[in-house]
Design a protein around this ligand. Structure first.
Ligand code: FO1
Length: 336
C-alpha cells in the first residue's frame, strides 16, 4: 500500500489539499458531449484532480496540419474559448485563410478558422521537433491555462475508417465532407493493434488515488470504442476499484448531438439508452457499474438492470453550466 501511494505521489496528476490526498477522476471523452461533462467535472473538483482521456481516431492530416478535433474541443471548452454554437473550433473566429484558400481553388470542405490554425501550426511544429502527441497536448493545455490533465487515448497513430455502402471513407471525409450521408456498415480503427495506453494514464490506474471513472455521453461507436479498444485499456479500467459511471448519449430515442442515432439505426442497434447499454454490456463485460439515463427514459430501467448495469435516472441534458455541474455531482456521488 505504502509503495503504491509513493508511486502515485510521484505522478503529475497527484493533487494534495491541506496535506491530504484528493481523489482523482478519470473521464473518457469524444468531442462536444464529453467536453461539456468534463467542464462540469472540472468545476466541481479541486484544480488538477480531473484527467480527461480523449479519442484521437478522428485525427487526420489536412493541408499539412495535424488536426485533433476531439482534443481541441476539450481543450477549448476547458479554456473557456470554445465556439459552443458551432460545436467545434474557437469563439470569435475569423475565416480569412479559408477565403484565401477558396481563391486558390484549394480545399475548403474542412473549415479551419484563423485562430484555430495557430493551434494546428503549433502542434505540427512541436511534432516535427520530435515531441509526441501526449507531450504536445499537455503543453497546449498549460499554455491555454487548463488545469486538468488532457491525454490522447494513445501516443500511436490510430485512424477511424468508416465502412459504408459506398465504400471505405476516412472519418472526416465521412463526417464532414459527406455529412454522414453514406450508410454505415461498420467501423475500423486502423493502427489500434499496435497502440498502447498512455503510460501516465496507466500510472493513474495503478494508484488508489483514483476515485471515479466517468464515461462521458459521447458517441459509443466512434468516440468511446476507440478509447476503450486501445489494447489493455478497458480491462485496466474494469479492474480498478473505482466505480465506472457511464452517461447515455441517447435521450428519449435521440442523440443530443451528432450522428449517433443515425449510426445506431444503420448498425441495427435499437436507438434507445437500452441499446447503448447493451452495446457496452456485450462488448465490455463487467466494465460499467452505473449507467446514467435521462429521467425521460425511466421506463428503460428494468431492461438496463437486467443487462447487469445499475440504471440511475437523472437529468442528463446539459444546457447550462449548472446542468453540467449537477450531472458531474451526480456522477461523483455514486459508489461501487
Ligand atoms: N466539423 C464540421 O462539421 N465542419 C467543419 O468544417 C469542421 C472543421 C473543424 C476544424 C477543426 C476542428 O478541430 C474540428 C472541426 N470540425 C468540423 C468538427 C469535427 O470534425 C467533428 O465534430 C469531430 O471530429 C467529431 O467529434
Amino acid at each position: 500500500m505504502w509503495l503504491r501511494r509513493a508511486v502515485a505521489r510521484s505522478q503529475p496528476g497527484y493533487v494534495s489539499l491541506k496535506g491530504g490526498a484528493v481523489k482523482q477522476v478519470l473521464a473518457l471523452s469524444g468531442g462536444v458531449g464529453g467536453a461539456k461533462l468534463s467542464l462540469g467535472l472540472e468545476r466541481v473538483l479541486p484544480a488538477g484532480a480531473l484527467h480527461v482521456l480523449v479519442n484521437t481516431g478522428d485525427d487526420f492530416t489536412h493541408l499539412g496540419l495535424h488536426i485533433s478535433p476531439d482534443i481541441d474541443t476539450v481543450l477549448y471548452t476547458l479554456a473557456g474559448r470554445a465556439n459552443q454554437a458551432q460545436g467545434w473550433g474557437l469563439e470569435g473566429e475569423s475565416w480569412n485563410t479559408m477565403e484565401a484558400m477558396a481563391l486558390l481553388d484549394g480545399e475548403t470542405w474542412f473549415r479551419l478558422g484563423d485562430r484555430d490554425i495557430a493551434t494546428h501550426l503549433w502542434r505540427r511544429s512541436q511534432l516535427d521537433a520530435g515531441q509526441d502527441l501526449a507531450a504536445v497536448t499537455q503543453d497546449l493545455a498549460r499554455r491555454m491555462g487548463v488545469k486538468s490533465h488532457i491525454y490522447p487515448m494513445c501516443r500511436e497513430t490510430v485512424r477511424t475508417v468508416v465502412h459504408t455502402d459506398e465504400g471505405d471513407l476516412p472519418f472526416q471525409h465521412y463526417f464532414v465532407r459527406r455529412q454522414c450521408e453514406p450508410r454505415v456498415r461498420s467501423f475500423e480503427f486502423e493502427g489500434l493493434a499496435a497502440a498502447r495506453p498512455d503510460p501516465d494514464v496507466l500510472a493513474l490506474l495503478a494508484s488508489d488515488d483514483l476515485g471515479h471513472i466517468v464515461v462521458c455521453p459521447s458517441n459509443p461507436f466512434v468516440s468511446i470504442d476507440p478509447v476503450l479498444q486501445v489494447p489493455g485499456m478497458w480491462q485496466a479500467l474494469r479492474d480498478h476499484a473505482a466505480p465506472v459511471i457511464l452517461v447515455s448519449p441517447i435521450v428519449d430515442g435521440m442523440a443530443i448531438k451528432g450522428p449517433a442515432a443515425k449510426m445506431m439505426a444503420e448498425l441495427r442497434v435499437p436507438v434507445t439508452a437500452a441499446g447503448v447499454a447493451r452495446h457496452y454490456a456485450e462488448r465490455y463485460p463487467d466494465l460499467v457499474d452505473h449507467f446514467l439515463i435521462d429521467d425521460s427514459d425511466a421506463k428503460l430501467t428494468d431492461e438496463i438492470n437486467r443487462l447487469g448495469l445499475n440504471a440511475v435516472c437523472t437529468a442528463t441534458v446539459m444546457t447550462t453550466l449548472e446542468d453540467k455541474m449537477r450531472l458531474a455531482r451526480t456522477c461523483l456521488s455514486l459508489e461501487m
